[in-house]
Design a protein around this ligand. Sequence first.
Ligand code: EPS
Length: 346
Amino acid sequence: MLRYLTAGESHGKALVAILEGMPAGLRVDIKKIDQELARRQSGFGRGLRMQIEKDKAEILAGLKKDVTLGSPIALLIENKDFSIERLPKVTCPRPGHADLAGLLKYGFGDIRNVLERASARETASRVGIGAICKLFLTEFKIRISSRVLSVGGESSAVGMKKKILQAKIKKDTVGGIFEVIVKGAPAGLGSYVQPDERLDGRLAQAIMSIPGIKAMEIGLGFDYAYRFGSLVHDAIYYSKAKGYFRRTNNAGGIEGGISNGQDIIIRACMKPISTLLKPLDSVNIVTKRAKKAAIERSDICVVESAGVIAESASAFVLTDALLEKFGSDSLKDIKENYQNYLKRMR
Ligand code: EPS
């Protein structure tokens, strides 16, 4: 079983992650991890924190001469801004953030105790983990990419940029929709035999747990609701050269909770960031009087970054599902099993 844990506050000393279950024998190029971390930090509409941080990963355990040992991998990303002990108390919860619900849940008297961990800065750890999973998937020629489809309802590059600039001028924020595409995944990952083995359910958990994601769909997604069955299911064909094949991919590469060999296509909606420079109505948690929500340094639009994080989340799920199917100790053994499987499929 592949699993991971992350720890770290947004303005604490560092973000850390432990990944357990990665097989022995995988070469880990740290530059590739840093490239993914840099991708997460970029995109039009990011805030000032991204000018302070230059996220770099350090691997503390689990590798020898850059190759995995099969033991847990420990990853560290230092924060340049680690001012947590000096930062002021926050007393007016931001609508849309974890602030109020977290405060009530844990019984704190300072919202900072919530927001430091609820911050999307945590996703740097997930991207670090995802980058290692991407290196593993590359060994099987599985590639994951993402693209922004729309921002604030605009889908042209110019329109999206304009929307972000508009939000900036209005001291507002804006969300959007991104798409993740997985190419090269074989048929047979995930299973219908138990609910928690279904690949679509696993991807949904991984992606919906990214801060700010409010909806996701696979393939045709919500559009399935508007069409007849005869028009949406991907008819099956066979040829000697191609084997089984389809002319459409409305299922988004997953049928019955199992990958079917087509591209896996996921779309998700990232809500507008909930820290507003022109804040909404809120309540002071000490006086219980009406007060505008707190203003924290933040971003205007993070849809592009959310796509990169979702790539990582998908990479983790697919690595887990691949290890489940083909074995999990040694990369060499797994590759052999995989080749035998592909031979049978042909
Ligand atoms: C983020 C770091 C944070 C925010 C943002 C994401 O840094 P700071 O709070 O110091 O500006 O820019 O956090 C949020 C969106 C949030 O809701 O907390 C990062 O590294 O991605």
